[in-house]
Ligand binder design. Structure first.
Ligand code: ZN
Length: 188
């Protein structure tokens, strides 16, 4: 075991969370220590259970604790339209808008030569394998350089499929935020 005490170890773990600095990690640690043990245990359980049970949907890659996610399993949703997003947070953001009734494909990453992430490192092959019966693919990666490059790459792959309409969401998905208007544009 390391030579730092339990309190410092807790602070160090909390500080690894996104958006949590050293000061807020310390504040959280003090808060947790002031709580009843069973409540802290419930939090710890929720974290480990989610991490163990939640995995990628076999079809779309969204997070689920089932074999396939609730969106893929929902027969009322239009399976002929696929919205391609970078990660499960984007699915949640689009779902909050409540005006999309198609299905999703989660890439779990973005093509990024700078970080050594190529097309084979994200779920593009899985996308190409599920185009049967698909009439529209909406490319909803972020409007930054890597998001645009990934969308362009996928659009090129889809070009030979003349019966599939490829559209691009012109407005990006702010991280963790609301999606104002999903304006669709046909990729030239
Ligand atoms: Zn799914």
């Amino acid at each position: 075991m390391s030579n730092i005490d339990a309190f410092s170890r807790l602070c160090a773990q909390l500080a690894k969370l996104p958006g949590v600095g050293r000061k807020s990690a310390q504040r959280m640690a003090y808060y947790l220590l002031s709580q009843p043990e069973d409540q802290v245990q419930a939090l710890a359980d929720a974290i480990t259970t989610a991490r163990t049970k939640v995995h990628e949907c076999r079809i779309c890659g969204n997070y689920t604790d089932q074999d396939i996610c609730s969106i893929c399993a929902d027969e009322r949703r239009d399976g002929s339209t696929l919205c391609v997003v970078r990660d499960p947070r984007d699915v949640a953001a689009i779902e909050r808008m409540r005006d999309y009734n198609g299905k999703y494909h989660v890439l779990h990453g973005i093509i990024s030569p700078m970080e050594g992430i190529g097309p084979d490192d994200i779920r593009i092959r899985e996308l190409m394998a599920r185009l049967n019966g698909v009439h529209e693919v909406i490319l909803a990666t972020n409007p930054d350089i890597e998001g645009e490059a990934t969308a362009a790459y996928i659009a090129r792959l889809l070009k030979p499929f003349t019966d599939i309409k490829v559209t691009r969401i012109a407005h990006g998905l702010p991280v963790g935020g609301e999606v104002p208007h999903a304006v669709h544009q046909i990729v030239p």
